[in-house]
Design a protein around this ligand. Structure first.
Ligand code: ADP
Ligand code: MG
Length: 427
C-alpha cells in the first residue's frame, strides 16, 4: 500500500477508533466525490476470511445524505442485487458504512470482452435491482456502471451508492421527510438551474449537421451557440396560449415580465452523461424513469462498446448528443409533455440504433482483438465476434424503449424484465 494511502488509513483509524479496534484495513478500493472506500478484514478473528468494504463518508457531507444512504441500504439492500449494510460506525462527524466486500471488475476493462449473452445477463440483473428500489418508490439518481458492481466469474451483481437517492421514506436537506410525490433529492440538487427564469426553452444549436461518427469518440457534435429563451406559464398544457403575456417567447432575450418570475427548481443530481432528457431540461417532476434512462445509457455503452457513450461537457451539449441519436422530433415532442419548448437549430433524423451500435462495436473490437492489449483470459474471440454479428433485434427494441425521451412512456424496470429480449432470446 503506497505511503499516502497508508496515511489516509491511519487518519481514518484515528477519526473513528472503533474501526481500528475491529478492522484491519488492507487497501483503498474506491474514491468518489463524497467518500473513500477501503477493503478490510476483521482484526481479532483471523479465521474469518470474509472481507468488508468500509465506506468512509467525507465529514463535509450533509447529514441528510448520509441518513438517506443508510435508510436505502437498510430497507432495500441485501436482496435482488442491491447492496446491503452490515454496520455503521460514527465518531463525531466521521461516518463509516460497513458492507460486505464485493469483488468486481471495472466496466471499461470488460466492455470489449462482453458477449451478447453476457450483456443480456448484465442488463437483466441491473433491471432486477432497479425493479426492487422502484417498487419502494426510491429513485437512485446515479445509476451508472461504477455504481453497479459486477463480478464476472461469479455472475454476481450489486447496486451501490445511494448517496443521491430520493424517495418518500427519505428526508430532504431541511430534515423534513419527503412527503410529496414529486421527489426531492437529498443531495445538493435543489439549486437554481439557470440564471434565466422559469420555464426555459432550451435552444440547442447543432452544427455541423451530423450523420457520421468520428472513429474514436462516440458523438463529436459541437454546439456552436447556446442560449436560453423564456416562455411563460408553467403547466405543460396551455403555456403556449399564455404566451401573449410576455414578449420574449422564441426570441433570444428575456423580457422584464419573465425576469420577475421565480427561478425554477429541479433536481439534477447525477453524473454527466447519464442524465435523462427531463433532468437536462429541468423538469421539476422527475420519477424513477430517470434511472431507466441511465440504465439505457449503460446498455447503449455495452451495445456500442463505447464508454462513456455521451461525453458531456455540460447539459446542453449532452442534450444535443442525445438529440443527434434519437432525432429532433422525438425529443421536441417529449419535452412538450413536461412543459418545455425545445427550439433546435436544425432537424435531425433519428439514427438507426442497431446500425450505429454495431458499427461502433465492430470498429472497437477489430482494433482490440488480436492486439497485445487484448486480455489473454478470452479464449474464444471468434465466438465473441460471432455473438455480435447475430444480435437479436429485440436488444435494440429494448434499448429504444429505455431511451424513450418521454419519461411517461419510457419502459419501467418491471416491464423491461418481461421484454422479449429477456423472455424469448435466452442463452
Ligand atoms: P461514491 O459515492 O464515492 O461514488 P460508492 O458507494 O459508489 O461511493 O463507492 C465508490 C467505489 O467503491 C465503487 O465504485 C466501487 O468500486 C467501490 N465499492 C463500493 N462499495 C463496495 C463494496 N461493497 N465492495 C467492493 N467495492 C465497493
Ligand atoms: Mg459511486
Amino acid at each position: 500500500v503506497p505511503y499516502d494511502i497508508q496515511d489516509e488509513i491511519s487518519a481514518l483509524y484515528k477519526s473513528i477508533p472503533e474501526i481500528a479496534n475491529h478492522f484491519l484495513i488492507l487497501d483503498k478500493i474506491g474514491e468518489g466525490a463524497f467518500s473513500s472506500v477501503y477493503q478490510a478484514r476483521l482484526k481479532h478473528y483471523p479465521e474469518v476470511t470474509e472481507m468488508f468494504a468500509l465506506k468512509h463518508i467525507l465529514p463535509t457531507t450533509h447529514p441528510a445524505r448520509i441518513e438517506n444512504e443508510l435508510r436505502c441500504l437498510l430497507k432495500l439492500g441485501g436482496q435482488d442485487n442491491v447492496m446491503g449494510v452490515k454496520l455503521c460506525l460514527r465518531n463525531r462527524d466521521n461516518v463509516v458504512i460497513v458492507m460486505d466486500y464485493f469483488a468486481h471488475e471495472r466496466f471499461q476493462d470488460i466492455l470489449n470482452l462482453m458477449s451478447v449473452n453476457e450483456a443480456r445477463d448484465y442488463m437483466k440483473n441491473l433491471l432486477v435491482a432497479l425493479k426492487r428500489i422502484h417498487q419502494h418508490k426510491v429513485i437512485h439518481r446515479d445509476v451508472k456502471p461504477s455504481n453497479f458492481l459486477y463480478n464476472r466469474n461469479k455472475k454476481q451483481y450489486a447496486l451501490v451508492d445511494f448517496g443521491l437517492a430520493s424517495g418518500h421514506f427519505l428526508i430532504d436537506r431541511e430534515g423534513e421527510k419527503q412527503k410529496t410525490s414529486t421527489p426531492v433529492s437529498a443531495s445538493n440538487a435543489r439549486v437554481p438551474l439557470s440564471p434565466s427564469k422559469a420555464n426555459i426553452t432550451q435552444t440547442v444549436k447543432i452544427s455541423p449537421p451530423v450523420n457520421k461518427f468520428h472513429e474514436s469518440t462516440p458523438l463529436p457534435r459541437p454546439i456552436k451557440k447556446q442560449s436560453s429563451f423564456c416562455v411563460p406559464a408553467s403547466s405543460s398544457a396551455g403555456f403556449l396560449e399564455k404566451s401573449g403575456l410576455c414578449n420574449c417567447l422564441g426570441k433570444p432575450k428575456i423580457c422584464s415580465l419573465c425576469i420577475a418570475r421565480k427561478n425554477q427548481m429541479a433536481p439534477r443530481a447525477g453524473t454527466a452523461g447519464f442524465r435523462a432528457p427531463e433532468v437536462l431540461l429541468k423538469s421539476p417532476e422527475q420519477d424513477t424513469a430517470v434511472d431507466i434512462w441511465a440504465a439505457g445509457t449503460t446498455f447503449l455503452s455495452i451495445l456500442s462498446a463505447r464508454y462513456p457513450f455521451f461525453r458531456a461537457q455540460d447539459d446542453t451539449n449532452h442534450l444535443a448528443q442525445i438529440i443527434s441519436v434519437l432525432g429532433s422530433a422525438a425529443c421536441v415532442e417529449a419535452a412538450k409533455t413536461f412543459g418545455k419548448v425545445l427550439t433546435l437549430s436544425e432537424n435531425l433524423p433519428p439514427l438507426d440504433l442497431r446500425t450505429t451500435c454495431l458499427k461502433l462495436r465492430s470498429s472497437q473490437m477489430s482494433t482490440r482483438l488480436g492486439s497485445s492489449s487484448f486480455s489473454p483470459a478470452v479464449q474464444h474471440p471468434d465466438d465473441l465476434v460471432h455473438s455480435w454479428s447475430n444480435v437479436p433485434p429485440e436488444a435494440f427494441d429494448l434499448l429504444a424503449r429505455m431511451l424513450d425521451p418521454n419519461p411517461c412512456t419510457r419502459i419501467t424496470a418491471e416491464e423491461a424484465l418481461r421484454h422479449p429480449f429477456f423472455t424469448e432470446c435466452g442463452a
